[in-house]
Ligand binder design. Structure first.
Ligand code: ATP
Ligand code: MG
Length: 178
């Protein structure tokens, strides 16, 4: 019998073109001496909730539940670079997590519970991975902060490609299109 089809999915904030350009222009040059594998700019994102491999039924459920979550536009200032030694990643983040973002993650987690989802981490830390396979903590990274006007959150399907993971936006939710 065929294996039931599964989808590897996650909810994320997806930077618009202007934000990606600002990151390329301001943050990336400050990281040029960091040795590792750069994430392609078309893949930059901030994961809100990672569901992993789920069934078609669960995919339907999570989309229905996500539609119940209220979305409010907010400003996110990307002003800090961090390093995590275990996943060996350098990421871009914010020193101040906006309350609207905290609420969005909490609401999403609550909504997804109805589909059987349990968040893995209690303390969500918004981060955009920029470089992988980094084995040394970068020192003294300075750059001009980037202001991102976040208008929506998205559901992404991740699939394995020869070049690494390939992401596809399945759906998006914003204040206006709900
Ligand atoms: P690859 O696994 O090929 O290196 P990737 O990690 O970007 O690429 P996925 O493994 O599909 O691709 O993960 C998609 C997103 O979800 C990434 O931002 C990843 O950091 C995040 N993620 C993956 N696994 C988890 C997890 N267990 N908990 C929280 N976030 C996760
Ligand atoms: Mg992964």
């Amino acid at each position: 019998m065929d294996k039931p089809k599964t989808h590897r999915v996650f909810f994320a904030l997806w930077p618009d073109l202007e934000t990606r350009r600002a990151i390329s222009r301001h943050a990336i040059p400050s990281l040029e001496n960091v040795a590792g594998r750069n994430v392609d700019q078309h893949q930059w994102h901030i994961t809100l909730a990672f569901l992993g491999n789920i069934s078609e039924e669960m995919l339907t459920c999570v989309q229905q539940q996500a539609a119940q979550v209220s979305v409010q536009s907010f400003e996110l200032t990307l002003d800090t670079v961090g390093y995590w030694s275990r996943p060996k990643v350098v990421w871009l983040g914010s020193q101040n997590m906006p309350d609207v973002l905290k609420t969005l993650v909490t609401d999403l987690n609550v909504a997804l519970k109805a589909c059987g989802y349990e968040p893995e981490y209690k303390d969500f830390k918004a981060h955009m991975t920029l470089i992988r396979k980094v084995t040394r903590r970068p020192a003294n990274i300075q750059f001009m902060p980037i202001t991102w006007q976040v208008e929506q959150f998205v559901l992404i399907e991740s699939s394995f490609a020869s070049t690494g993971s390939d992401y596809r936006i399945l759906r998006q939710w914003s204040e206006v299109n709900k």
